[in-house]
Design a binder for this molecule. Structure first.
Ligand SMILES: Nc1nc2c(ncn2[C@@H]2O[C@H](COP(=O)(O)OP(=O)(O)OP(=O)(O)O)[C@@H](O)[C@H]2O)c(=O)[nH]1
Length: 381
């Protein structure tokens, strides 16, 4: 296939249009008021790459501008994209590193355009250098998180790097750098580059959307006041825990916790203090939790604690520890100090089978037993 069939000028135009479109896509999504910082780096980085590519395609401007300056701006843009990726991966890229990445591009391109002019050397360098930067971007994302989330972006950066690398390699091997139009490799890479750019833009937006959806999903299962699970979260995680425990024939215990005379606390000190009591209770219980245990706010001032692989006697000991800590620790808010207590009902799958709903209602009954017996105590059911 002759590269002329691919019409190099048209492909170049397509490449610039796609760069502008993907830039617009990234800028538009970054304009959303709560856009994460990485998205803004990607948008600014893409703008810089677009500007650099446009500068590089002006034949009428001095050679320093269409080589050194345009290469510098493209490298700067890629470094900003890399910074965004590092921010996404909870890390960063210093301004010194960004300056070094940019300076290398400017200096080498300036050397081959002003010092020792060589179009071939300049094109080789740009192919290899930009390929390397894209592969560093691919590696930064690939190391972090799952392929389902970042696979498209990694593929895009890898593909773009490969197209640029082949372009550079082609210049080393046999091309006449002044005669791009006759080269199949150049034509094909001009076709692959916009494809990879679209891949990268969609991949980056997908990464952010996925994280956003994850955050919403997590928030929808959490109680906003105490950060314990809410009932929806308990249903999902509790069921999973029960299935795991049943399969492994492990006992599972449920502790129902209810603040004593909470209405009196609210009425005497006000709702903000009542809220602080609930937050305090959740904090105290969380200290006792192992990573796979679950705490949920069941309603008002009632909490459920599900302990995996724990028998009734051990669960009673945990409940007793939590009860004692609650009794000892005072809650302070706005110069007010309040002491409160809680009653607890403890039940275990050994006595009541592997059924979350049944265990919760049996635990509730045991907890009311504790209330009837005088509150501030633990009752086993
Ligand atoms: N501050 C605050 N109060 C809440 C919240 N949810 C429910 N309540 C209050 O919790 C109180 C529960 O009162 P009751 O059901 O009578 O229970 P109690 O006073 O703790 O009495 P016993 O359980 O018998 O010890 C009610 O006054 C509700 O308004 C909340 O999120 N914050």
């Amino acid at each position: 296939m002759d590269a002329g069939v691919l019409n190099l000028d048209t492909l170049l135009l397509v490449q610039i249009c796609v760069t502008l479109l993907t830039t617009a896509l990234l800028v538009a999504s970054a304009c959303y008021t709560q856009s994460p910082p990485e998205q803004r780096w990607w948008a600014v980085g893409n703008v810089a790459v677009s500007v650099g590519m446009t500068l590089g395609n002006f034949d009428s401007v001095p050679v320093f501008i269409n080589s050194a300056l345009s290469y510098g701006v493209i490298a700067f843009g890629l470094a900003l994209v890399l910074r965004g990726l590092r921010v996404y991966c909870a890390s960063s890229l210093s301004w010194t590193s960004i300056a070094i990445i940019t300076a290398i591009a400017v200096l080498v391109a300036a050397y081959y355009s002003l010092g020792e002019p060589s179009l071939r050397a300049r094109l080789c360098f740009s192919g290899f250098y930009f390929a390397l930067l894209n592969w560093i971007c691919a590696a930064a994302v690939a190391r972090h998180g799952s392929w389902r989330v970042s696979g498209i972006a990694v593929a895009g950066f890898t593909l773009l790097g490969l197209a640029l690398f082949l372009r550079g390699l082609h210049m080393v091997v046999d091309a006449d750098p002044a005669d791009d139009a006759s080269s199949l490799v150049i034509g094909l890479s001009a076709l692959v580059v916009p494809l990879a750019q679209v891949c990268i833009a969609f991949g980056l937006i997908q990464m952010v959307m996925w994280r956003y959806a994850e955050r919403l999903r997590r928030l929808s299962t959490l109680d906003a006041l105490t950060a314990a699970l809410n009932r929806a979260g308990l249903e999902v995680q509790g069921k999973r825990m029960f299935l795991r425990a049943q399969r492994a024939q492990r006992s599972i215990a449920v502790i129902m916790i209810d603040v004593d005379n909470f209405k009196v606390i609210n009425d005497s000190y006000g709702h903000p203090v009542g809220d602080e009591v609930l937050r305090h209770l959740a904090r105290v219980v969380k200290v006792e939790l192992r990573p796979h245990d679950v705490l949920a706010r069941f309603g008002g001032e009632e909490f459920v604690l599900v302990l995996d692989g724990v028998d009734l006697a051990s669960a009673v000991r945990v409940a007793e520890r939590v009860r004692a800590r609650i009794e000892q620790e005072a809650v302070s808010l706005d110069k007010l100090t309040v002491n409160y207590t809680a009653s607890m009902g403890v039940v275990c799958s050994d006595q009541h089978d592997y059924d979350l709903i049944r265990l919760i209602s049996a635990g509730d009954a045991a907890m009311y037993e504790a209330k009837r017996a005088g509150r501030n105590r633990v009752a086993a059911g």
